[in-house]
Ligand binder design. Structure first.
Ligand code: NAP
Length: 487
């Protein structure tokens, strides 16, 4: 087979996306001698999520020292939960250090991938067509904005934008600002701007559990200490330990951990929201951790600010200059932010992906997106995903997930490189068995205890890894080759 034997022709690898996992892929490809690789990036900049999301108050809810490539520790993080721009700068710095940019074709979106005659045909929006041996979809999980179909949205005459497309040309000072949604995004925006605008209105459909974790600044002395790898390792190990505890909790809804966590959030609500009417509006009616838990030391302060307004009556319609709610009230607005989240089931789509015999990924994923171990789909040979379907999105660091998945994928790639096969993809049997086990295990998780969240697929099943973090690492150490079709 053309291009598939080590020493004969170097394998051509196409990586899609220059976010966290695409940059990682390029670095690891180069280190392992896959020099013939390219990253197609739809935008003119790298950074993925951290390029797209620039809303006020953005930070990562995974502690910074745990949201760092294992091979590029950063003693200089400014605070426990790093702000978005600092994370983007980190990725840019790492990409520069490893000379990744030379491999990126910016402003070229892959819109077609088809497995034809044993290799992939790739087409991009720039009109380019090329052939590749291996495709790595490093397209991320939450990259397609979801704008809820809210009645009358198109009628609004003020400034309106999705939270992930923040319009920085709009000055919020002296403005009446409304935000729809109460996910992690909206809560961070609320903390950042509620007290700074003339009037702030948060349109809440569902109340959130809020864990009051402080976002401590690191002092210069801390940063000097972190330059000593022993000190830094101690912090990183502590973060991993905390993740393990939390992750073991969420996969067992009856665990003491989940009860403690709920008690802590409840204490936060009771002690820090003073008006009893507001407190009841902010009281969730489902288990803490069922939706992604909010970490915020200051959301309750922000929503109690004299300029802030929590609106829990449903939205009837958006009008030219505001929103009318079911209680008959009209909320005048100059700016409307849509913080209604993302399409979590998109992954590489809307790119057309055709596997063996022209099978369309949309059809393969008709019930819901799935993949063996989240990385490989039956009949889509030599096509691998990072942070793909049902990856451990729960509360792990997506960087650590991607690093482990890539290590696994590169072992599969080696099979091709060593000439053991020219095509490799998970078997249907292994994938079905994996999905059966996974779905069964989700039944015990906190995500199944009765709430709506983006963790659930359209069938109401959590699209997540329902086992421990350790089990994920163990599974990722080495692929079971009997789970793969090799031609
Ligand atoms: P999200 O968690 O999906 O929240 C969407 C919000 O929009 C929910 O409050 C939802 O209400 C509301 N909504 C949806 N449709 C609506 C409608 N028709 N009418 C009224 N409200 C509607 O989205 P997100 O806040 O952008 O966060 C998504 C994920 O991104 C997070 O869970 C997290 O994984 C990641 N993220 C992380 C950070 C961080 O690291 N700190 C920050 C931002 C985002 P319901 O709850 O009633 O459905």
């Amino acid at each position: 087979m053309e291009g598939l034997l080590d020493g004969a022709t170097e394998l051509r690898v196409v990586i899609i996306g220059a976010g966290m996992s695409g940059i990682l892929s390029s670095i690891k490809m180069t280190e392992s001698g896959y020099h013939n690789h390219v990253i197609y990036e739809k935008s003119d900049q790298l950074g993925g999520t951290w390029r797209d999301n620039t809303y006020p108050g953005i930070s990562c809810d995974v502690p910074a020292h745990g949201y760092t490539y294992s091979f590029e520790p950063n003693p200089n993080w400014s605070q426990t939960f790093a702000p978005g721009p600092e994370i983007k700068e980190y990725f840019e710095r790492v990409a520069d250090k490893y000379n990744v940019r030379k491999n990126i074709r910016f402003n070229e979106s892959v819109n077609y991938c088809a497995f034809e005659d044993g290799r992939w045909t790739i087409r991009t929006t720039a009109g380019r067509e090329e052939r590749a041996d291996i495709v790595i979809a490093a397209t991320g999980v939450l990259h397609i904005p979801y704008t809820a179909p809210i009645n009358g949205l198109e009628r609004f005459q003020g400034s309106s934008f999705h939270s992930s497309r923040w319009d920085h040309s709009v000055d919020l000072v002296g403005k009446k600002v409304g935000v729809i949604g109460t996910g992690s995004t909206a809560i961070q925006i609320t903390s950042a701007i509620a007290s700074k605008v003339e009037k702030f209105s948060l349109f809440q459909r569902t109340a959130q559990w809020v864990m009051p974790i402080e976002n401590e600044m690191y002092s210069d002395e801390d940063k000097v200490n972190f330059k000593d790898s022993e000190n830094l390792d101690a912090v990183v190990n502590q973060i991993h330990q905390d993740f393990d505890n939390f992750s073991n909790g969420v996969i067992d809804s009856e665990s003491a951990m989940m009860a403690e966590l709920e008690a802590e959030c409840l204490r936060n609500l009771e002690e820090n929201v003073h008006d009893p009417v507001l407190r009841e509006k902010l009281r969730p009616d489902y288990r803490a951790g069922c939706k992604r838990l909010i970490f915020s030391p200051d959301f309750y302060d922000a929503i109690q600010h004299e300029n802030a307004n929590l609106i829990t009556s449903g939205i009837v319609t958006v009008e030219e200059n505001g929103i009318r709610t079911e209680d008959g009230e009209f909320h005048e607005l100059d700016v409307l932010v849509i913080a209604t989240g993302f399409r979590p089931d998109a992954f590489i789509r809307p790119t057309t992906v055709l596997g063996r015999d022209g099978i369309n990924l949309d059809d393969a994923w008709e019930s819901y997106p799935s993949a063996y171990m989240s990385v490989s789909i039956p009949e889509f040979p030599n096509f691998f995903m990072l942070n793909g379907p049902n990856s451990p999105v729960g509360n792990f660091s997506l960087i650590q997930i991607a690093e482990n998945q890539l290590g696994y994928v590169m072992q599969l790639m080696n099979e091709i490189r060593l000439g053991n096969c020219s095509q490799i993809s998970a078997t249907s049997d292994a994938t079905e068995a994996f999905e059966e086990r996974r779905i069964e295990a989700t039944r015990k998780t906190i995500w199944m205890t009765g709430c709506k969240s983006w963790y659930l697929d359209k069938n109401g099943i959590p699209s997540s890894w329902p086992w421990s973090r350790q089990q994920f690492f163990d599974e990722m150490k080495e692929p079971h080759m009997e789970a793969f079709d090799r031609l």
